[in-house]
Design a binder for this molecule. Structure first.
Ligand code: ARG
Length: 395
């Protein structure tokens, strides 16, 4: 387990193959579950399988969150922890909580894992003892909420060198995701000895906001999901642990279109980014460094300048997608700027962003195109859907 850049050769990645949790989405709940549409589940799975295959065929080991979860649930301690995470929901009340506890106790690890991800509807359990909460619920109400955004494995954990930050997700619909990543990293033998850098009880930070620009240099977007306090806390942790010398806190608009820094900017080479042209010139950064155990905060300056200086390069190149503002806005919305680098100058992108991809290729970046007509309805691209666990060291 080791990640010290966004672009060096990718060896191992964590993905989540979407499944029954997507079938929980309806026009009544899709907004609160952070989807913009109702995906066709089997097509979304096909698209996701093609994404995984594109990575495997280029030598990347793909780990699936669902498999790791089922394996983790064979361990009694992990099982108890994950079950407790679900039962803690206050809205259950005592009698329904006891019913759900009994139901979960009867499930084998595979099925329990599925339930933790896909949730549980009222009609799927029978309460013998009645209870006011059970009686007053609609049969389609969720006793356990589904986690359709688990698809975006980027957000619930981040590796920085050999440590993992289990994040603190801001949106209610996603909070429980980190009980799963936390349990996997704490208990699964594959991650034995991994030290936790951050945990979900801390201030809000989401992985889509965290970019490892270069060894010891992080950029953290601050907006709808990551708060200034979250950025400060993560900066303090990585600097104190000697994992970074500089952290750039980058304000982004608190809007759905730009929910994470990686929706407007991702790296495609050791010194190049693809960036939403409508804000390439206006992005700013606060530079956070450490001195004698204290954090020092510099005055805000242009992001590209601050980044290049921290990275020790002359210039951070912006691949100029040359797009007119309307095309740029459309392709940004469809995650055109959300690429996943497999190696320097080799990235995965959604095929639908025709113009952005063409410009990337003109700039010498090889683009592996995947389809995302269904996957994209959750508003996330290849970077959002992947959590790199192992990359070759950059230098
Ligand atoms: N790293 C990312 N940009 N992730 C995208 C997450 C999309 C997800 N539907 C959400 O709203 O949270």
């Amino acid at each position: 387990m080791y990640v010290d850049s966004e672009v060096s050769r990718l060896r191992t990645v964590l993905l989540h193959r979407p499944s029954a949790e997507l079938a929980r989405l309806t026009p009544r709940n899709n907004d609160s579950l952070l989807f913009d549409g109702i995906p066709w589940v089997s097509r979304a799975q096909e698209e996701h399988d093609a994404f995984a295959e594109a990575l495997r065929s280029r030598g990347v080991e793909v780990l699936y969150l669902g498999d790791l979860l089922a394996e983790t649930l064979t361990l009694p301690e992990a099982r108890a922890e994950l079950t407790a995470g679900v039962l803690a929901a206050r809205r259950l009340g005592d009698s329904l909580r006891a019913t759900v506890a009994g139901y979960l106790a009867d499930q084998d690890p595979d099925r329990l894992g599925e339930i933790l991800v896909a949730g549980l509807a009222h009609e799927e359990i029978k309460s013998t003892g009645g209870g006011l909460v059970y009686e007053m619920m609609d049969r389609h109400d969720f006793v356990i909420d589904p986690l359709p955004n688990l698809l975006f494995t980027r957000d619930s954990s981040v590796w920085v060198r050999d440590r993992v930050a289990v994040t603190s997700l801001a949106m209610r619909a996603r909070r429980r995701e980190t009980t799963i990543t936390h349990a996997i990293y704490r208990h699964h033998p594959r991650f034995a000895g991994a030290e936790l850098l951050f945990d979900p009880s801390l201030e809000h930070v989401e992985g889509g906001d965290v970019l490892v620009l270069a060894p010891e240099v992080l950029a953290i977007g601050v907006g709808e999901r990551t708060t200034p306090a979250g950025a400060e806390r993560l900066a303090q942790r990585v600097i104190a642990a000697g994992l970074a010398h500089t952290v750039l806190a980058v304000p982004i608009a608190q809007e759905r279109a730009t929910m994470h820094l990686d929706t407007v900017c991702t790296m495609v080479d050791v010194d190049a980014v693809v960036m939403y042209p409508n804000l390439a010139d206006s992005l700013q950064a606060w530079t956070v460094t450490g001195l004698d155990g204290e954090l020092r905060v510099g005055a805000p300056r242009p992001f590209l300048e601050a980044a290049a200086e921290a990275m020790g390069i002359d210039r951070l190149r912006v691949i100029d997608t040359g797009l007119d503002p309307v095309t740029a806005e459309r392709e940004q919305w469809d995650d055109g700027n959300n690429t996943l680098a497999i190696a320097p100058r080799l990235c995965v992108a959604y095929e639908r962003n025709v113009e952005t991809n063409a410009q990337l290729e003109r700039a010498g970046i090889e683009v592996v195109r995947i389809s995302g007509s269904e996957l994209g309805s959750g508003r996330g691209g290849p970077r959002c859907m992947s959590c790199p666990i192992q990359r070759d060291p950059l230098r």
